[in-house]
Design a protein around this ligand. Structure first.
Ligand code: SF4
Length: 492
């Protein structure tokens, strides 16, 4: 693994959660960004441009190499400039770049521009903790490199903005100094010890913590190499705080004693890990499904800067659906799909195709209640079609709750998402064989093509990939439902 230079914000914040995680993050090469990550960068850049336009003219400083970036920052601070963008600060061990600094009396406002939402009531306590940590880190490094930081300001997206108003109204500022300054002081106090730990040749000893569940180093480098991936305790949903501490010494779910301090749902999942699949009366809800059954799934895009008149920031817009029709469990009679063109307004075309495909009777199965939101969005956007669209909501049946209170399998890894349940119950259907493997990438592929970030010439291939992905979502529902019907029969 490569040696460590100055630590950047991402590494510092990972190390603040877990020193071992920071040690690996400073050495292991980053994976190529997914389409979903590329879309987030794009949105961040779009929001950044709007914020700069509202903050006024000022130099955009070079960001590399480090010495040139530091010199340019020092010159901007020494000059008469009122605002400077992308200033770089560094200490012996740490480096940070702010989105902007703006002169405020004898000091400076340190400003970060984020694409998250501004609390409607301006209450800084409601600002996301990761945004506070982000600006607190930059404040700590900027102060240690000599900048007088008077205030820390976040620029965020306003919830009450609507497409049609001037885009300059999209963003708002919030002063988060009262939370960021104490956090920056904590970071400054911990920094020497962290720098020393991360510079050592061996990783710090790991501790099993809730963050291990999403840690990219778990399986290949860290605790997972010892206790494996089958049943670490963090697979129990919502296991946090004191409850996590109480069961931490057991490490594995199958090692937990019968009287372990768990919630009901955690206890059931733990029982499934110990004894095998568990069928409970909740599975009988499947009997409410009326035939023929329609299996519906939407893909959507949720731009920060709304695309359609009247829409709000991050409002999810459906651009694709897949629909399987079955006359009995697993017996498919037809499949329909819709995928929008990447420009124009396709919503009416999509809604009319949907209305023409869903018939007038029979349950409409969905996996999570997301489809309700999509139908309501279309009904709001297209008032003349709202009666037909809203009528569908009375026929919707969400299949996911069956996995919450009717059937537990250790292969679900304590989760209920289709990506966890499908490989266990229908092993031959596999998202990993597809070019698009999750909803985030599907959405990003469409959005980045719409925004002109992907070549138009690639659209035909992307289109085929998106159709294949969404069709698997509904085929997976058909097959999962058929498996659940067989399991439900064992209970009667
Ligand atoms: S797996 Fe857990 S202990 Fe290991 S680096 Fe990740 S968060 Fe830290």
């Amino acid at each position: 693994m490569s040696p460590v230079g100055r630590l950047a914000k991402e590494t510092f914040l990972l190390a603040d959660t877990c020193l071992t995680q920071g040690w690996y993050a400073a050495r292991v090469a980053k994976r190529a960004p997914t389409p979903a990550a590329e879309w987030r960068f794009f949105v961040g850049a779009e929001v950044g441009q709007i914020a700069r336009a509202s903050m006024g003219n000022g130099p955009v400083l070079p960001t590399a190499p480090l010495a040139r970036a530091q010199t340019a920052t020092a010159q901007a601070i020494a000059s008469a400039t009122a605002v400077a963008y992308e200033p770089t600060f560094a200490t012996k061990h740490f480096v940070a770049r702010a989105d902007a600094i703006r002169r405020n009396g004898d000091g400076w406002d340190l400003i970060e521009i984020k694409s998250g939402k501004l609390p409607a009531d301006g209450d800084q306590k409601k600002v996301r903790a990761d945004y506070i940590d982000d600006i607190a880190y930059t404040t700590f490094v900027a102060r240690q490199s000599g900048l007088e930081v008077s205030r820390t300001l976040l620029v965020l997206v306003r919830d009450d903005y609507r497409r049609g108003r001037p885009v300059s109204e999209l963003l708002g500022k919030i002063d988060v100094s009262a939370r960021a300054f104490p956090r920056a002081a904590e970071f400054a106090a911990n920094a020497p010890q962290m720098a020393a730990a991360l510079a050592r040749e061996q990783p710090p000893n790991p501790d099993l913590i809730p963050a291990c569940r999403k840690c990219e180093f778990y399986e290949e480098f860290c605790i997972g190499t010892r206790i494996g991936t089958y049943d670490p305790i963090f697979l129990l949903p919502n296991l946090r705080g004191k409850r996590f501490e109480n069961v931490r010494p057991y490490e594995r779910i199958t090692a937990l004693p019968d009287d372990a301090d768990l919630t009901d749902i955690q206890r059931r999942i733990a029982a499934a890990f110990r004894q095998g699949p568990l069928v409970e009366p909740g599975i009988a809800q499947l009997d409410e499904i009326e035939w023929p059954a329609y299996y519906l799934d939407f893909e959507s895009v949720d731009p920060a800067i709304p695309w359609f008149e009247g829409d709000e920031p991050y409002e999810a817009i459906p651009f694709q659906f897949s629909l399987h029709l079955c006359e009995a469990p697993g017996r498919i009679t037809s499949h329909r799909a819709y995928l929008a063109p990447v420009d124009g307004d396709w919503r009416r075309d999509l809604a009319i195709t949907l209305i023409g495909s869903l018939g007038t009777a029979g349950s409409i199965l969905m996996y999570t209640a997301y489809e309700v939101r999509m139908i309501r969005y279309l009904a709001k956007a297209l008032p003349d079609l709202s009666a037909s669209l809203n009528a569908f909501t009375t026929r919707l049946f969400d299949i996911e709750p069956i996995f919450h209170h009717g059937y537990y399998h250790p292969g679900f890894r304590g989760r209920t998402s289709i990506k966890e349940t499908l490989p266990t119950l229908v092993a031959e259907l596999d998202y990993k064989k597809l070019a698009v493997q999750n909803g985030g990438d599907a959405s990003a592929l469409f959005a980045l093509t719409h925004a002109g970030q992907y070549p138009a010439a690639d659209w035909e291939q992307h289109r085929a990939d998106l159709l294949e992905y969404c069709a698997l979502d509904t085929l997976a529902m058909v097959r999962l439902h058929a498996e659940l019907v067989k399991i439900r029969a064992t209970l009667s």
